[in-house]
Write a protein that binds this ligand. Structure first.
Ligand code: ZN
Length: 433
């Protein structure tokens, strides 16, 4: 019998213990200190092994916008960032608002093979906010959708939002809200502030986000359903979510890496790489978001990886698309803003990037402890690495706001279902038999 076992030797895990991890097939079969040699050995001295990361909020752009990203290129970027599972947002063309499209996305993810691609279903037909999409059919499809979002657009109609919460409750789904009151953000270009006034750009008030979150936590309470808030960006939003959790409302919340590091001051030169939805906010907001991650008010870090072609980004601020890429830099931004600052430890980071997003979505093979019997989805990072972001990327797009910024940590290996997708910092060519 061919021994296909691989032993990852002398790696540190989030608790700080140094162990060997033995993988066979797609499972971890043994973990512990100084195991007897089994199969191929990979020296992981000095590396930190974490549960493979899970992104709850990724725009892979396929079908329909393949000039910006494909499921294959986005999957490779995810693997480079240490992710073993991503959730593909529904704002494709056609919109993922029915079983056929979510099954297509799921199949393309399988064919790519770099990460687990879990489709997100739209809440409303064609993201129009008017009629509910067929949520149950998407749930019962091969893609087994549990997370529904009109992301990019807000489900702003209160009755539609109520119905969506009621509907997903029946099968244990969750509505992930892009909280943006459209009436308060007409033509909005950046955070509403004195800087926006100076720059002559239409402001995007915090209350446009906070009013929707306040309404939706009350709706979730009223209906007894589960709500997730995408990309929380303001101190006020944090306060509302904290209040809702204290009250026992079933709400979870995410923050993006960029909202943990970047502020509205970057907009000063009108460089559209910093144009994003929701907008970069004030330093006080950044401080509040980091504190909310540390105290548990915010449950997960999600990238909102939003690739756009140069045509849509290298233009005047007013014409540029909203969004920035972020899969390959996510853990480095998280380490730089949260670990290096002493706000959280690696156990908490593993919850934020793996355990909690997997739990929200109900993934079975991701977000699980590194222990014998669990799936071999593992990310190895060099937490001592320090480097300036070069901008080199597996993504098809290059709208990267971190180029030139020094960040901590580097992904060395990503192991997806027992297979190296990234080895020694390089993407592996997978041969799909
Ligand atoms: Zn969004």
């Amino acid at each position: 019998m061919v021994d296909n076992r691989v032993t990852f030797r002398n790696t540190t895990i989030s608790s700080g213990d140094v162990v060997d991890i033995v993988v066979s097939g797609n499972s971890i079969i043994e973990i512990g200190p100084e195991l007897v040699s089994k199969g191929t050995e990979i020296d992981c001295s000095g590396l930190l092994a974490l549960q493979g990361f899970v992104d709850l909020h990724t725009h892979l752009r396929e079908p329909g916008f393949e000039q910006s990203e494909t499921i294959l290129t986005g999957s490779k970027a995810a693997a480079m960032g240490g992710f073993t599972a991503v959730h593909a947002m529904a704002n494709t063309s056609p919109v993922a608002d029915n079983a056929a499209v979510v099954e297509q996305v799921f199949a393309l993810g399988e064919a790519a093979g770099y990460v687990y691609v879990q489709p997100v279903g739209a809440v409303t037909k064609n993201l129009e906010g008017k009629a509910l999409a067929d949520l149950l059919k998407m749930n019962q499809s091969r893609a087994q959708v549990t997370v529904f979002s009109d992301d990019g657009k807000c489900v702003s109609d209160s009755l539609i939002m109520r119905r969506a919460l009621e509907y997903v409750k029946a099968f244990g789904g969750v509505v992930a809200q892009h909280a943006q009151d459209p009436a308060l953000t007409i033509d909005a270009q950046m955070n509403e502030s004195t800087l926006a006034f100076e720059l002559g750009l239409t402001g995007w008030p915090s209350v446009a986000e906070e009013a929707i979150i306040a309404r939706d936590v009350l709706l979730a309470e009223h209906v007894g359903s589960r709500l997730h808030i995408c990309h929380v960006s303001t101190a006020g939003s944090v306060e509302i979510i904290r209040w809702a959790k204290e009250r026992g409302i079933n709400v979870t919340a995410e923050v993006t890496p960029h909202h943990l590091l970047l502020t509205e001051d970057l907009v000063k030169d009108y460089n559209p790489v910093y144009k994003v939805n929701p907008p970069l906010r004030s330093n006080a907001d950044v401080v509040a978001l980091r504190a909310a991650v540390a105290d548990g008010t915010i449950d997960i870090i999600a990238t909102d990886h939003a690739p756009h072609t140069a045509d849509n980004k290298d233009c005047e601020w007013g014409q540029a698309a909203f969004g920035m890429i972020g899969l390959e830099t996510a853990v480095s931004v998280a380490q730089t803003t949260l670990i290096d600052t002493g706000l959280i430890d690696w156990v908490r980071l593993e919850q934020l990037l793996s355990t909690n997003p997997a739990k929200i979505s109900g993934l079975q093979r991701h977000g699980r402890a590194l222990q014998a019997g669990n799936a071999a989805n593992i990310t190895f990072i060099d937490s001592k690495a320090q480097s300036k972001v070069s901008g080199t990327t597996q993504s098809k797009s290059s709208n990267n706001p971190y180029v030139g910024i020094e960040l901590s940590g580097a992904v060395v290996h990503t192991v997806f279902e027992g297979i190296f997708t990234v080895k020694d910092g390089r993407i592996q060519e997978l041969t799909n038999a």
